[in-house]
Design a protein around this ligand. Structure first.
Ligand code: XIL
Length: 358
């Protein structure tokens, strides 16, 4: 039985109390998301754009007020932290960790091994053959140990490998797979664990919300690595949805099977885009999709954080990458809450009443 499930009599009592003691909806809607999330035993997180955090006081205040977890949208990626070989630049990442400490927020580390946003010296060295397999393995090892070591004790969940499978469940082609073979994944987890044994180490990808070929590839990978004693401790579901594609099937069931392996789960990058222009019907569907992912998290005992990939359309990555699409976040460009914000707020306020899973 879950620690969040109450006996029926207590639940009925709670329902009675709801009518007598709980503040009216208007008062409750003034509570920031993080206060509601605390009561639901989940972290509510956002990706943070460090340029906006430096320049925009509304963004800074909202980020601090609403969220209990932050993820660097870009500044912990390899191209940002080691732009020249051997010359690390932690300035912006350190600023985020400092902001988080000042606001009582957890930090998700994103990301150690990826095929995108690699420094030019690395990709060109591999491409022209001047960096061979043995050297590349050493470079990856140093990178992981340097970055995880730099933030030791200050990152609660690391996305160790990001997007390492294709949608059909086959290993994604990358400089890592091509040069080092599939063992780079276990190596990355071993190095990260050695550098900070206290951090929870995650796999992370998109299109793995439901049970499908790709999420099953992750399930098999996690099962195999854990059987070998590798510290693969979390499964991160990015949650980049678009309303034109429909809502993924059996999200809670997917999370539950990872938890049965003894892992944590998390939504790590949720946004729900739409073909522009937005209208009321699309916004309502979007709200239902946010709520659907959140409810799956809250229905899963060890789903520990629900992170959105930016919370205002003003700074969302979506329009720049998905032509003709956008309006993917909880607040519009003027920070006005959309139905999706109310849906997340109401879902957090409803809490973990119907918990199932491992
Ligand atoms: C995106 C950022 O939001 C953009 O600012 C950047 O230009 C590209 O990367 N999956 C991930 C994230 O794991 O790191 C990506 O972030 C979005 C998709």
């Amino acid at each position: 039985m879950s620690r969040f499930r109450m006996p029926a009599a207590v639940a009925a009592l709670g329902a009675g109390l709801l009518f007598t003691c709980v503040p009216a909806a208007s008062a409750q809607s003034a509570a920031p998301l993080r206060a509601l999330a605390d009561r639901a035993h989940v972290r509510i997180g956002t990706a943070v754009d460090m340029t906006a955090l430096a320049d925009d006081s509304t963004y800074r205040a909202t980020t601090g007020r609403e969220f209990s977890s932050v993820t660097a949208e870009n500044v912990m990626k390899w191209e940002a932290v080691e732009p020249q070989r051997g010359a690390y630049d932690w300035t912006k990442a350190d600023a985020l960790v400092r902001f988080a400490r000042q606001h009582g927020q957890a930090v998700r580390g994103h990301t150690l091994v990826w095929h995108n946003q690699l420094p030019g010296w690395l990709t060109s060295g591999v491409a022209d053959g001047s960096i061979g397999a043995a050297e590349l393995r050493g470079i990856l090892r140093r990178h992981i140990i340097a970055e995880v070591g730099h933030f030791k004790g200050r990152i609660h969940q690391w996305d160790v490998v990001n997007e390492v499978f294709d949608d059909d469940g086959s290993p994604r082609d990358s400089i890592w797979l091509r040069t080092l073979g599939p063992s780079y994944i276990a190596d990355a987890f071993r190095w990260a664990h050695a550098a900070d044994p206290g951090a929870k180490l995650f796999l992370n990808d998109y299109n793995v919300e439901g049970v499908n070929a790709k999420s099953t590839a992750y399930y098999e990978l996690a099962r195999t690595l854990r059987a070998q004693g590798v510290a693969v401790q979390g499964f991160g579901v990015q949650g980049h949805l678009g309303i034109q594609y429909g809502f993924p099937g059996d999200v809670a069931g997917n999370l539950a099977r990872f938890e049965e392996l003894g892992m944590e789960t998390a939504f790590t990058e949720v946004d729900v885009r739409m073909v522009l222009p937005a209208d009321a019907a699309k916004r309502a569907t979007q709200a239902a999709y946010f709520r659907g992912l959140l409810d799956a998290c809250l229905a899963t005992r060890h789903c520990t954080s629900f992170t959105v990939w930016g919370y205002t359309d003003r700074y969302s990555w979506v329009p720049g990458v998905f032509t003709g699409q956008g309006a993917a976040t909880l607040l519009d460009e003027d920070f006005t809450p959309k139905p999706a914000y109310a849906a997340v707020r109401d879902g957090l306020a409803a809490g973990r009443r119907a918990v199932s899973g491992a």
